[in-house]
Design a binder for this molecule. Sequence first.
Ligand SMILES: Cc1cc2nc3c(=O)[nH]c(=O)nc-3n(C[C@H](O)[C@H](O)[C@H](O)COP(=O)(O)OP(=O)(O)OC[C@H]3O[C@@H](n4cnc5c(N)ncnc54)[C@H](O)[C@@H]3O)c2cc1C
Length: 442
Amino acid sequence: MKTLVLGAGIIGISTAWHLLERGHEVIVVDRQPDAALETSFANAAQISVSYCEPWANRQAPAKLLKWMFRNDAPLLFRPQLDWQQWRWGLQFLSQCHDAAFERNVRQLVALGSYSHAALKDVVRATGIEYQRLERGIAHFYTDPAAFDEAGKAAELMQRFGVNRKVVSREELLAIEPAFRHYDRIVGGTYTASDESGDARVFTQQLAALCAARGAQFLYGHDVTRLETAGGGIAAVHVRDTATRVAQRLVADDVVVACGSYSAPLLRQVGVDLPIYPGKGYSATFKLKKPELAPFVSTIDDEVKVAMSRLGDELRVAGTIEVSGWNATLDTPLAQARCRMLAERIERVLPGVCDTRTEAEGGNPRFWTGLRPATPTNIPYIGRTRVRGLWVNAGHGTLGWTHGAGSGKAMAELISDRTPRMAFGFLGYEAPRDTLRGEAQAA
Ligand SMILES: Cc1cc2nc3c(=O)[nH]c(=O)nc-3n(C[C@H](O)[C@H](O)[C@H](O)COP(=O)(O)OP(=O)(O)OC[C@H]3O[C@@H](n4cnc5c(N)ncnc54)[C@H](O)[C@@H]3O)c2cc1C
């Protein structure tokens, strides 16, 4: 069977790998010159099975209103003249209650656990090295009220089989002493089984292994059009971004794994999924004092920023902005958010990173990416109503965590097997307790 995979981010490349494992002939198309050059490029690096709570929760609407005009807000909704954004916003609000939250968390944990096992299998089979640290993920709090709530979230996770435990300030600092100088910490949570590592390095290495196993890569090619005939996918039209030469590609199956851009592409053929960009930022700093830097990947709850050590650098990343398709760092808001990352790291880990600006002789690497966000935070993995057209997109804040498993699940579905997890796959009957509260067939 010949399968076209559109998109060479973590999701597309994992899909390609698992399809090759099942004997498919694979062609991967991406507009970029290499894998993982868009959202999978410089994320927070966390493999976070346990910290998977969606942004849509009971408190979110009030917070959104409060934060609307703050440039440093962790979650920012800036209305645009864009119907898709408003519709996405309304669907997000419809998920902001306890029953939806629990239902969504349950599925995210199921996918996360499945994916973590799949990632370990790939690493074992390939030996890929990507600055992996199996030191768990910690989460620290500075607000006592938020810390109280953390206990409830940990309980919920424990109910779903994730061992997230509440720890006192002293226990947290014993787990990760790097934060001992930050006296505002009141406590935290910790999950030993989570981990961290560089998603870009992993994805690019896996892409190289896919090529070595015979996958064909059409980099530098824009997917311009999906063509259907008789209710099925007939062809994919692509164009060389340099020469403008067009090609019509034909395959038995087509998987759309184009991150946020999956939604407009799928709408061409009447498949309408609420995937909308959630812009986020990261900064990567050289370590000035490696001996004082954390090994445990950590979330700073007050500003919702994650920190992960990648060799002799620290990646600091976070915040989400639902404000349209602008993917540049070249706006006053983007500049303010980058500054916030540098200032925050100086506050919690003073003197540890080289946070000097370029003008001051430093070399921080700022980056922004558009998370393919869904109102539930649950990705769309499965088949569309167009025969032979599949989707693997909408992984939002957790695409690195869910990448290996989403690729494996997609390859299983295409190979007529049902993945063993309690997850509502698109176009399949969902297990009773995993219904996402939205239409499953698209
Ligand atoms: C600041 C930030 C921090 C994050 N931290 C974490 C984290 O710690 N842990 C975690 O699990 N997740 C994290 N994420 C989320 C994660 O990075 C994403 O969910 C994931 O990268 C999405 O992968 P993808 O393959 O779907 O999309 P992408 O990586 O964007 O891949 C899609 C590919 O499709 C290609 N493409 C799109 N349209 C076309 C077209 N028309 N023609 C040709 N090619 C096309 C693009 O070039 C791209 O390569 C974070 C995200 C951000 C922004």
